[in-house]
Design a protein around this ligand. Structure first.
Ligand code: SF4
Ligand code: SF4
Length: 111
């Protein structure tokens, strides 16, 4: 595993930032999210994606121990593919943007 991969995803969150089409929500994801699904997604034509706040997934929040996903147990399949240390994870670390770093910095201050 690359040396710059954080030991704990709660000190990172890099894979929870992106463009408006960052996290696709397929039909099975939508069903898993349950009654709240419609409030969590935005639509582009007939495709659903998780809502972002600027470039941050709306479901990423600050917690005392760092950052965490509000819907971790129900998160879409696209998020489940991000195994810490995987090629996908490393690609997100390479792309980590200033908004992600600023959000993480706020989490450290808030804890
Ligand atoms: S999977 Fe990788 S990019 Fe995502 S939070 Fe964990 S360490 Fe960061
Ligand atoms: S749903 Fe959770 S794991 Fe997926 S991008 Fe949003 S905060 Fe990250």
């Amino acid at each position: 595993m690359r040396e710059d991969v954080p030991e704990d995803c709660r000190s990172c969150g890099a894979c929870c930032f992106g463009t408006p089409r960052h996290v696709r929500v397929w039909g099975s994801d939508y069903a898993r999210l349950g009654d709240a699904a419609e409030s969590m997604v935005h639509w582009t034509a007939d495709r659903a994606f998780l809502k972002l706040v600027i470039s941050r997934c709306e479901q990423l929040e600050h917690r005392a121990e760092g950052v965490a996903c509000r819907i971790y147990d129900r998160r879409p399949d696209a998020c489940r593919e991000f195994i810490r240390g995987s090629a996908a994870c490393e690609a997100e670390l390479d792309r980590r943007n200033p908004v992600a770093l600023a959000f993480l910095g706020q989490a450290v201050v808030d804890s």
